[in-house]
Ligand binder design. Structure first.
Ligand code: MG
Length: 450
């Protein structure tokens, strides 16, 4: 039975994601990931309930539980990674999903997200069941304080905090009433940055606003940056593994552009290196990375896939176009606070974000989606790729075709009966035309197949 999706197990609390399920998964995690498990949550209403059930499962098979409280996902990962005696971890969060959802995300001993093999082992054991230990072997639960401060220390140590402090910056931080409510404002204080917070109450209504950090959801932040004359706006999703930015003049910066900007900054600082992104990422990253003396590697979509490729192939920086940023010097996972700190260093060193963005190349990306039944997804990819067999096709994830003046990506949605079609070019007319052509080609094939 497949339970883990791209971001762990997700579902509506007390519906699919019940206490019974959390208890059973806790038992299997205790068996598969070992005997010392760190557990943390985001501030959702259901998080303590799911954590209690999961913890009961863990101790019932003899695992000891370290409860580090309400912290961002990367703070839990930092805690696990820096302690060899901890054998794994679980984060209770549904990231950017609406408040009725929650999720269980499993972490390996090295702090990275669990591999598909580990997740599969947990699923298999859930199916077959596992025995509890006798009463005198039941595990202990210890509440641990300070994981948030340790995390902030780790982030501060990886940026040029003196130069950030000297720049005398002011930022507006939108925590979406999520897991970053304590950590990111405190990080700003530690870096000598004046922070004005918005939706910074973890006991408040989660998530303050829909917690996917898209432009539509950040109108209040954009206005606040302009009204206060701040140098930067920072927004996190619910569990703060991601961050997106607003310029000093109140413009939302798309995730592709911030990924490219930081890639260029890091590569120039290091005199080159490898950046790892997914096939769905804008060419702006490759443009900027090449001119900074670096190279780009493309992977399938999914931040654990990017993180694993960075580690095995020596990538210095990587990420996704949704605000997920991964810094090899820090840890091999998305890290919202680290992204914010590096952006501050970049502004302290290179000037106002609005000016930096204006100096970057511009691309037009058209994102379309068509309805496609799950059972036809593979055949659709097959038909389109054979129709374009003489062209520069790449089947890393879906079908990407590169042209001299842009690319298209056709990719089945992993969660919905949909097919996504992205088209990008520096010339907006080319991007639009190619999008329309591939949408009608795919719809024509679907009609013939069904
Ligand atoms: Mg998240």
């Amino acid at each position: 039975m497949k339970m883990f999706g791209t971001n762990g197990i997700r579902g509506i609390a007390n519906d699919y994601l019940s206490c019974e399920l959390a208890l059973g998964i806790g038992r299997c995690v205790g068996r598969v990931l070992g005997r010392r498990i760190a557990v943390a949550t985001d501030p959702r209403v259901s998080s303590d309930m799911i954590k209690s059930a999961l913890t009961a499962g863990l101790v019932s098979v003899g695992a000891d539980v370290l409860d580090i409280g309400m912290v961002p996902t990367p703070a839990l990962q930092n805690y696990i990674r820096s302690r060899p005696e901890i054998t794994g971890g679980v984060m209770i969060t549904a990231s950017h999903n609406p408040p009725e959802f929650n999720g269980i995300k499993c972490i390996s001993a090295d702090g990275t997200e669990c591999s598909p093999e580990e997740e599969h082992a947990i699923e298999e054991m859930y199916e077959s069941g596992t025995e509890c230990v006798p009463w005198n072997e039941i595990g202990r639960v210890v509440k641990v304080a300070g994981a948030d401060d340790e995390y902030i220390d780790a982030v501060v140590s990886r940026v040029d905090s003196d130069s950030i402090r000297r720049a005398g910056l002011t930022v507006c931080v939108d925590c979406a009433n999520g897991a970053s409510c304590h950590t990111t404002p405190e990080l700003m204080r530690r870096l000598g940055v004046r922070a004005i917070t918005l939706n910074g109450n973890p006991q408040g209504e989660f998530p303050g606003h829909p917690s996917e950090p898209t432009e539509d959801n950040l109108e209040a932040l954009k206005k606040m940056v302009v009204d206060t004359g701040a140098d930067l706006g920072i927004a996190h999703d619910g569990d703060a593994d991601r961050c997106v930015f607003v310029t000093n003049d109140g413009r939302y910066v798309s995730g592709d552009v911030s990924l490219a900007l930081l890639a260029g900054y890091i590569l120039r600082k290091r005199h080159g290196g490898r950046v790892v992104v997914t096939v769905a990422t804008s060419s702006i990253v490759e443009d900027v990375a090449r001119s900074a003396g670096g190279e780009v590697e493309y992977t399938a979509v999914g931040s654990p896939i990017v993180a694993r490729a960075m580690r095995s192939d020596g990538g210095v920086f990587g990420g996704e176009e949704n605000g997920g940023l991964i810094f090899a010097d820090h840890q091999y996972c998305r890290d919202g606070a680290m992204g914010a700190a590096m952006m501050l260093e970049c502004i302290a060193g290179q000037g106002p974000l609005g000016e930096q963005i204006d100096a970057m190349p511009r691309y037009r990306t058209v994102k379309a989606a068509i309805r496609c039944p799950d059972e036809l997804k593979e055949r659709l990819i097959g038909s389109v790729s054979s129709a374009h067999s003489g062209e520069r096709c790449n089947l890393t994830d879906g079908l990407r075709i590169d042209y001299d003046d842009g690319w298209v990506l056709l990719r089945p949605s992993g969660t919905e009966p949909k097919f996504r079609i992205y088209s990008e070019s520096k010339d907006p007319a080319v991007a639009e035309r190619r999008s329309a052509e591939f949408v009608s080609e795919a719809e024509g094939i679907l009609e013939r197949l069904s």
